[in-house]
Design a protein around this ligand. Structure first.
Ligand code: ADP
Ligand code: MG
Length: 533
């Protein structure tokens, strides 16, 4: 897709100055195509994914069109949420920074209406409002359409999702189609939107679509994990621990799931917060602020709530639930890897959902790679990989002569090979992922003579026949809790008040860990390595 420089768009010097100050290098594809057409006065349908700069696509033409000397309202932008209305108002305000006399005002539900009326009386050249509130003001005649020449429906798909269709139609019917310019922008184009455009836009409407291929987000590695419902949180925390992303966005399909997951992650000590449409605006503002400044590094959101999120350095997106709409997949993962940064997307897929994944891949023309769920041992591997990358850069950088001399000397004066030395350095660098204290203690205890057969360890369990426990109960608990095949569990010796059970050496630690909070027949048990016979 061809893009153009802002200089080629014939904008006023004031707008050019603002654009430069905002740091925009060149117009995005949707801006390149839409700005000239909207400026020509035509009715427009513009479609491009979230984050592609649709606001300026209509904001700049609006500013080119309005008369700063006229205090009356000349353009209305309808926006689905308070957050988006404020965000768009801020963007357009920035664009109008050097245009004296132009006032941009957001109006939305939830804000005290008398205060809004006062602000409106002060004059607003461009109003950006949620449909419900705009309707309200139209009825009170605190917003008048006498001088309005352009109406923009921004994020039209979201407005429909939020049930604003009737309000939109009412607002649009205030002015006859022929007497206004009607511009519509949306990330997706479901049928109801096209119905509205048919009804309310002129016959010669210009349709601009940034094609699906460009909808896909490059530069993003996408993975999926086959995860059972009950394991999702575990897998999520593991991935968070391993990849340690600076900011993460986790998507769920329901508000309830957002709440549940937020409290679960908080319970595990993560700086996580949820955001969704049921929350009070004040709460949402607080959560967003906390995410923006990094105090919260994991934000859990529904698709609708995420629409208002404009944060650039999200490093990882997790689809805790796969999106219900393929196109949402693109929007979700488009939240990471912005502005040329690399991003990653992790998808949790349970069983039959694999077909959904296939569809997404076909639709987005992208590859989502299967990944095994990382085990604790994988931390070391991942860390090593990272270190080796860094090492690679140091080698590329050269200037290693002095260091090579030292190593050479070491190799010549000792029995170590260069490989030994490199391996030792790597081990030292990985350091942090050594086994926990607890694991080390367990391994030490298991390494002693537990009186087991070759290749096995013998464990002591503090219940037995007197507690009406049968060998099958012990076998079931060990195999079930530690997730090892029953046939690998060895001899089970039961006594009145305790039992010995043998398990393969390599499972010793897993079993000890798994049995920690287990009850057998309602009784808490203690399991530890047995003493030698
Ligand atoms: P959309 O409405 O398509 O989701 P926005 O208009 O909200 O996207 O823009 C997303 C972000 O991209 C904003 O932070 C905006 O300032 C920025 N942006 C817009 N146009 C450009 C551009 N030409 N170059 C760089 N950044 C841009
Ligand atoms: Mg937008």
């Amino acid at each position: 897709m061809e893009t153009v420089k802002f200089e080629e768009l014939g904008l006023s010097p004031q707008i050019m100055r603002a654009v430069k100050e905002m740091g925009f290098e060149e117009a995005t594809p949707i801006q390149s195509q839409a700005i000239p057409v909207v400026m020509s006065g035509a009715d427009v349908i513009g479609q491009a994914q979230t984050g592609t700069g649709k606001t300026a696509s209509f904001g700049i033409p609006l500013l080119m069109k309005v008369d700063p000397n006229n205090k009356k309202t000349q353009a209305i932008v309808l926006s689905p949420t308070r957050e988006l209305a404020i965000q768009s108002a801020e963007e357009i305000r920035k664009l109008s920074k050097y245009m004296h006399g132009v006032k941009v005002l957001p109006v939305y539900g939830g804000q005290d209406i008398t205060r809004q009326i006062k602000a409106l009386k002060g004059g607003a050249t461009i109003i950006i409002g949620t449909p419900g509130r705009v309707m309200d003001h139209l009825r009170r005649k605190t917003i008048r359409f006498d001088f309005v020449e352009t109406i923009v429906l921004d994020e039209a798909d979201e407005m429909l999702n939020m049930g604003f269709r009737e309000d939109i139609e009412t607002i649009l019917s205030y002015i006859p189609n022929e007497e206004r310019q009607t511009v519509l922008f949306s990330a997706t184009m479901p049928k109801p939107i096209l119905e509205i455009t048919k009804k309310f836009q002129k016959k010669d409407v210009e349709r601009i679509t940034i094609t699906k291929k460009e909808l896909t987000v490059p530069n993003i590695d996408q993975y999926y994990y086959d995860v059972r419902r009950n394991n999702k949180v575990d897998v999520l925390t593991r991935l968070l621990d391993y990849h340690n992303p600076k900011l993460s966005l986790v998507f769920c399909n329901t508000k309830r799931m957002v709440d549940e997951l937020a409290s679960e992650l908080q319970g595990r000590g993560y700086a996580a917060e949820g955001i969704h449409g049921d929350m009070k605006q004040q709460q949402r503002d607080r959560v967003m602020k906390s995410f923006r400044n990094g105090r919260t590094d994991i934000l859990i959101a529904t698709d609708v709530a995420a629409r208002g999120i404009d944060v650039d350095d999200v490093e990882a997106v997790f689809n805790f639930d796969l999106p219900q709409d393929n196109e949402y997949y693109v929007h979700r993962i488009g939240r990471t890897g912005r502005a040329g940064r690399t991003g990653r997307a992790f998808n949790f897929v349970k069983g039959k959902e694999v077909y959904k994944l296939k569809e997404i891949q076909r639709y987005c023309k992208t590859k989502i790679k299967a990944q095994p769920i990382p085990s604790t041992d994988d931390v070391a591997a991942i860390k090593a990989e990272k270190i080796m990358d860094e090492i690679g850069m140091i080698i590329e950088d050269g200037k290693l002569r002095d260091m090579i001399d030292i190593i050479e000397q070491q190799v010549n004066n000792s029995d170590y090979t260069a490989m030994d030395i490199a391996a030792a350095f790597l081990k030292q660098a990985i350091g942090g992922v050594e086994l926990s204290r607890e694991d080390k203690d367990m391994d030490a205890a298991l390494a002693g003579d537990t009186g087991a057969e070759e290749g096995m360890v013998r464990l002591f369990v503090n219940i037995g026949k007197s507690q009406r426990i049968k060998p099958g109960d012990i076998l079931g608990a060990v195999a079930g809790e530690a997730n090892i095949p029953g046939k690998l569990v060895g001899a089970i010796d039961m006594y009145d008040n305790y039992t010995f059970v043998e398990v393969p050496e390599e499972y010793g630690r897993d079993v000890l860990k798994a049995m920690k909070n287990v009850k057998i027949k309602g009784k808490s048990v203690n399991v530890e390595p047995a003493n030698s016979r």
